[in-house]
Write a protein that binds this ligand. Structure first.
Ligand SMILES: [Zn+2]
Length: 639
């Protein structure tokens, strides 16, 4: 045999070795990241469900061109403004030096989302609070808007326009435009100046594990214009890192800002800060009714000059990124407070890179926290139609902040998960994180429900298995501008009613891939609530995207589609859905054999306990509730 042949043989042998499943020896299949439009490629075994992933963050050229960022922001802002119209017509009922009160009848749906600012009479106003009559069950309800007064001219009446997140895009564009020259360097290329203070790596934070302490040390040692990236897989405690760092920094007299896309994330961090260091002053900007009870009850009403108080230092300030953007545009907040010593940007896997200009402007040092393997900002549908080169340009602004900065600044990954049972997180770790999560402190508490009836819901719920795969054999339907699946909805509601009967409804959440299913399930549960009681459908059912960042003991995930639709092809959605569960994850699938096209689904199916629920006979009350919810779904559109 010649040398070349020898080498060839060697390579072939190596390839064989690589392409074989290390568990069962079968041939491995490969799905490249490009086929999934994702940041991971998957090598997987169809016969045993083994998965190995490889990171691929090369799709994006960095640093991005600022004119690409700007044009994207401008377009997104216009698109958003077109889509989100008038939510009602308001009438000024009170005005004093600080506040304008506006009465209006508004679409209830619009109030479910955050409302950090609204246009009233054509002018953007920062919202302080929205009060709605909770007893109102109509689609439109009377509400009172408390707006910050900042203009002499306040109209007597006018249209109320909800324009979130348009002003987030506007603020980012405004900042990029004004700082373009100044930021050519510092925004994207950090000036590694001398750190103006230094703290030893060994800080007394005994409750933190070694990865959390490493992240903390890195944060405390950051220099001016540095970006510290903390990658936090599900349940690994990034909130504790934020709180520990914020406490230490505020006690040293620093100005700290904690921001995120959602009120929930901001409040989680602030709650932890308040628990950890009661001596530190915490300031929360936000709509009063959307700030968590725990935070609200521990804050005193701030009087006097807030900006001056912030400038003094030794404070932790929390607000959503949208609130920051609104205050930036309306109040020119930056001119009042100047930069913060530290800005923590949580949920950075949901924030498009282009939007990061807003929190980045406000921080001398930036700490970016997120996980590129959890849900990203929604991609531009139109981007798919274009050529590869353009696509890359197109994608730069929308790349999740955490993914974008990970490429340029080294990151710390947190690893010890303490959220849920080891069985659940072993799956999550093996399939999405190459087995790198530390499961040594996984809590272990089974669900412990009685099995009074011995039927299918009991079989699913009473089983000690943490991961369940239920083959429902339903069919996705189109309605109200989205997708739903009646068969999966019936089983989800039946399971939920059983959990309600067993006293576990408050510990349960139903997640859906699509808004259509979310709406169908919410309506059905609200209807049954009249007889059965229990929490409102609004507190039980969510899309996976909306529930990111939260957790529950029992997660029932309705995949809805019976084909490998693009929403299911995003592995991050499945990762988020499953990793919300502390005790039990139940996947309702109508995918049948199509699950095998998605490596992580196949791996789950192979690991989980399987139940066949084809041609199910659900109780009549459940069937009726779904049917009535379905008829209303058909009538109403989803914007
Ligand atoms: Zn195998």
């Amino acid at each position: 045999m010649g040398r070349i042949e020898e080498v060839k043989k060697l390579i072939e042998g190596f390839e064989q070795l690589v392409a074989r499943c290390p568990r069962c020896g079968a041939q491995l299949s490969y799905v490249p990241s490009t086929a999934l439009r994702s940041n991971l490629s998957f090598r997987y075994c169809r016969s045993c469900g083994y998965v190995d992933v490889e990171e691929d963050f090369r799709r994006v050229r960095m640093p991005p061109n600022s004119s690409v960022l700007l044009s994207w922001l401008k377009r997104k802002s216009e698109e958003t403004k077109e889509k989100e119209g008038v939510i009602g017509r308001g009438r000024t009922v009170r005005r004093d030096e600080e506040v304008v009160e506006v009465e209006a009848e508004v679409k209830r749906e619009a109030l479910r989302d955050s409302l950090d600012a609204v246009f009233y009479g054509g002018v953007l106003h920062v919202v302080r609070d929205v009060r709605i009559d909770e007893r109102c069950v109509e689609e439109r309800c009377p509400a009172v808007f408390e707006l910050e007064r900042h203009e002499e001219k306040v109209p007597d009446e006018g249209e109320l326009l909800f324009s979130e997140p348009a002003f987030l895009y506007d603020a980012a564009a405004d900042i990029l435009r004004s700082r373009r020259a100044a930021w050519r360097g510092s925004f994207l290329e950090p000036l590694r100046g001398l750190a103006d203070f230094f703290l030893p790596a060994c800080v007394p934070a005994r409750d933190l594990d070694r990865w959390q302490r490493k992240a903390l040390a890195k944060i405390l040692r950051a220099g001016r214009h540095d970006v510290v990236v903390v990658v936090g897989p599900p349940g690994t405690g990034k909130t504790s890192v934020i709180a520990a760092a914020a406490c230490i920094l505020a006690r040293k007299g620093r100005r700290v800002l904690i921001t995120a896309l959602s009120n929930v994330a901001v409040d989680n961090a602030l709650e932890r800060v308040l628990e950890r260091c009661g001596d530190v002053e915490v300031i929360r900007f936000g709509i009063r009714s959307k700030v968590s009870q725990a935070v609200r009850s521990r804050l005193k009403r701030l009087t006097g000059d807030v900006a001056a108080r912030i400038k003094e230092g030794g404070v932790v300030v929390g607000m959503t990124a949208a609130k920051l953007a609104a205050l930036h545009l309306v109040r020119r907040l930056y001119e009042l407070t100047g930069p913060f010593d530290y800005v923590f940007v949580d949920e950075a896997s949901m924030m498009p890179f282009a939007v990061a200009a807003v929190p980045f402007l406000y921080g001398v040092r930036r700490v970016v926290l997120g996980d590129p393997r959890q849900l990203a900002p929604p991609l531009n549908e139109e981007g798919k139609m274009r050529g590869e080169k353009e696509l890359k340009e197109e994608h730069v602004p929308v790349v999740p902040l955490v993914e974008a900065v990970m490429r340029r600044w080294n990151s710390v990954m947190l690893r010890r998960q303490r959220r849920g049972r080891a069985e659940i997180f072993r799956y999550v770790s093996d399939v999405f994180y190459r087995g790198r999560l530390d499961l040594s402190e996984s809590p272990d508490a089974p669900l412990d429900t009685p099995a009074k009836y011995g039927d299918l819901p009991d079989e699913i719920l009473a089983s000690d298995e943490a991961l369940m795969w239920v083959e429902v054999g339903g069919r996705r339907r189109v309605g109200g501008g989205s997708f739903y699946n009646v068969e999966e909805a019936e089983l989800a509601v039946w399971l939920y009613l059983r959990l309600l009967e067993y006293g576990a409804a408050e510990r349960t959440v139903i997640l859906a891939t699509y808004r259509g299913q979310e709406r169908l399930l919410r309506r059905a549960i609200n209807e049954l609530r009249r007889i059965k009681g229990g929490p409102s459908g609004w507190d039980v059912v969510y899309t996976v995207n909306k529930f990111q960042g939260r957790e529950a003991d029992v997660v029932i995930y309705s995949a809805v589609h019976n084909e490998d639709h693009v929403a299911l092809k995003d592995y991050r959605r499945f990762n988020v859905a499953i990793s919300r569960a502390r005790v039990k994850a139940v996947v309702l699938s109508s995918l049948g054999g199509n699950a095998e096209k998605l490596p992580w689904m196949l791996a789950y199916k192979k690991t989980a306990f399987k139940v066949d629920a084809n041609a199910l006979r659900v109780p009549r009350e459940v069937r009726q509730a779904i049917r009535s919810a379905e008829s209303r779904l058909e009538k109403s559109g989803i914007r």
